[in-house]
Ligand binder design. Structure first.
Ligand code: FAD
Ligand code: SF4
Length: 486
């Protein structure tokens, strides 16, 4: 029997079982099962408690991973969850959607991997703990022990806004959370497809955060329903957590407005959530029985191709301008898309689009023409970049998933809010403070499109920045604690 700290010698790395491809393409449910208690204990026990936990360093939240893995390995699940929730407001969600292969489970982040064994399945254990905690009733609202007189307005109810709301409420502030959708959750609820994150998972977490007394105001759009200065007048401090929704423009000659759909708008529309406020996309856009081309190779592109397959597309091709090894998105997401039947053309860029046309099939007699709703001309470079081949691809639906940027502050009447050269709101990274007194920003709005876990990290940092700001700027009258909670 190996030492209890060397179980990895006998126990191999195992991820939760994935459903068969044919079955999972038939619905939008998550593709992976959850660990059983036994599996969670056994996989957690692979952690060798090495004393140089780079997993903790590479986790943006600096989760106390080895400690809660040890507790989970010993079956002390409630204690493990309690520890996990001290650093992460959405543990079961990060466990599901963090690209662990680039973070806590990266090759360089786990000592086991360096020693020739596979990394510990940290994310799956974190998900298990969070799900179990809800089922067992261990997740309780973090009620403040006392109330401050000041209140904070948070605009944007994605992971950054939610994490900040929970922290600030627990500190004792009155918190109002605004969003243009009719429900909280941001991209976790309205953008990321159910096969990565089922919606009941985010709904129950949002309900839990609101239960502590956070007031949610939906269908409120900053820039349309109020300007930033109006919101500032209502609150002692304001956190902007608006995400990044302005699509990068795909320069595609021949594509008139409406013939190429923005990837994020497509995903939000595909979700069919009645609480969503749709972006600039036809409500009925659907890939069923259509040949689909998705331009882009990041995680949004992977979500689009996999959504199109589930909608019943008769073929999905993904065009990516770089080579496979130069891709920046998660390898795991790419592998899942490839396994589900997506064809990727590397080093390929569309150069023209002709919607509603007919096309000759290459190498076929002239009589053999194929009717099509669109033909895309694609330039494919070889490995040397010297030879370019032009291909015609039948494309009845073209989806552009080449990235998004934050909305410019002028949109919500705040042209004096400083931005970076890349168009995101400029902040002090430790506190989220902007150049305007009492205005803070977090998440994709200040970081540019990133990850949920970074948004949570920013939201937590901004909450502490706001707390320090309010405590230092409080007047004698408003600086009172009241109503000590039981
Ligand atoms: C398709 C897709 C897939 C992704 N997959 C992953 C993944 O697998 N793993 C991962 O870690 N990350 C993933 N991400 C990234 C992750 O979702 C984001 O980094 C994260 O949600 C950012 O959080 P946020 O709170 O800053 O913004 P958001 O989640 O975008 O929330 C911003 C909120 O602000 C609201 N809002 C915007 N403008 C206004 C306005 N004017 N007035 C009022 N409200 C407004 C929006 O409605 C939204 O609810 C993905 C992103 C996309 C687009
Ligand atoms: S939050 Fe993400 S990076 Fe951190 S431990 Fe959990 S899964 Fe890993």
């Amino acid at each position: 029997m190996a030492d209890k700290n060397q179980r990895y010698v006998h126990i191999g790395r195992r991820s939760p079982q994935e459903r068969p491809i044919r079955e999972r393409l038939g619905d939008f449910r998550e593709i992976a099962a959850r660990f059983t208690h036994q599996e969670a204990m056994s996989q957690a026990s692979r952690c060798e408690q090495c004393g140089v936990p780079y997993c903790h360093v590479y986790c943006p939240l600096h989760n106390n991973i080895p400690d809660w893995l040890r507790m989970a390995a010993e079956g002390r699940f409630e204690e493990a969850y309690r520890l996990a929730e001290t650093t992460n407001n959405l543990p079961e969600i990060c466990g599901r959607i963090c690209p662990q292969d680039r973070l806590c489970e990266a090759k360089w982040a786990c000592t086991l991997e360096q020693a020739g064994h596979d990394t510990v399945t940290i994310g799956a254990v974190e998900q298990f703990l969070g799900d179990l905690a809800f089922e067992q009733g261990w997740v309780r609202p973090r009620m403040p022990r006392a109330e401050w007189a000041q209140h904070v307005g948070i605009v944007g109810a994605g992971p950054a806004g939610l994490a900040a709301a929970e922290e600030l409420r627990a500190m004792g502030y009155a918190v109002t959370l605004y969003d243009r959708h009719g429900a909280p959750g941001g991209l976790l609820r309205f953008g990321i497809p159910g096969f990565k994150l089922e919606k009941n998972v985010i709904v129950r977490r949002c309900d839990h955060i609101l239960r502590a007394g956070v007031l949610f105001v939906g269908r409120f759009a900053l820039g349309l329903d109020a300007t930033l200065s109006e919101i500032r007048q209502r609150h002692d401090a304001v956190l902007l957590a608006l995400g990044a929704y302005r699509p990068n423009h795909l320069p595609l000659p021949g594509a008139e407005r409406g013939t190429v759909v923005d990837g994020l708008a497509y995903l939000i529309a595909s979700m069919g959530d009645p609480a969503a406020t749709l972006l600039d996309a036809p409500e009925t856009v659907n890939a069923c029985d259509r040949r689909v081309v998705v331009v882009g190779g990041g995680d949004t592109a992977m979500d689009c191709v996999r959504t199109a397959l589930r909608q019943g597309s008769c073929g999905v091709i993904c065009l990516y301008r770089r080579g496979e090894l130069d891709r920046t998105g998660s390898r795991r997401e790419l592998d899942k898309a490839l396994a589900e039947g997506v064809q990727v053309l590397w080093r390929a860029e569309p150069s023209a689009y002709r919607p509603n046309t007919v096309m000759m099939m290459e190498g076929k007699p002239a009589s053999c023409i194929q009717r099509s709703n669109g033909v895309l001309t694609v330039r494919v470079r070889d490995d040397t970049d010297h030879n370019i081949e032009c291909r015609l691809i039948d494309a009845e639906l073209v989806i552009s998933a080449i990235g998004n940027r934050p909305e410019l502050p002028g949109f919500f009447g705040a042209s004096d809010l400083a931005t970076t050269m890349r168009g995101s709101v400029r902040v002090n990274p430790d506190t989220g403070a902007t150049n305007l007194p009492g205005v803070f920003a977090a998440g994709d709005l200040s970081r540019g499109p990133s990850l949920a876990v970074w948004a949570i990290r920013d939201g937590r940092a901004a909450a502490h920045g706001i707390h320090r700001y309010l405590r230092s700027s409080a007047t004698a009258v408003s600086d009172t604690l009241s109503g000590v909670a039981g």
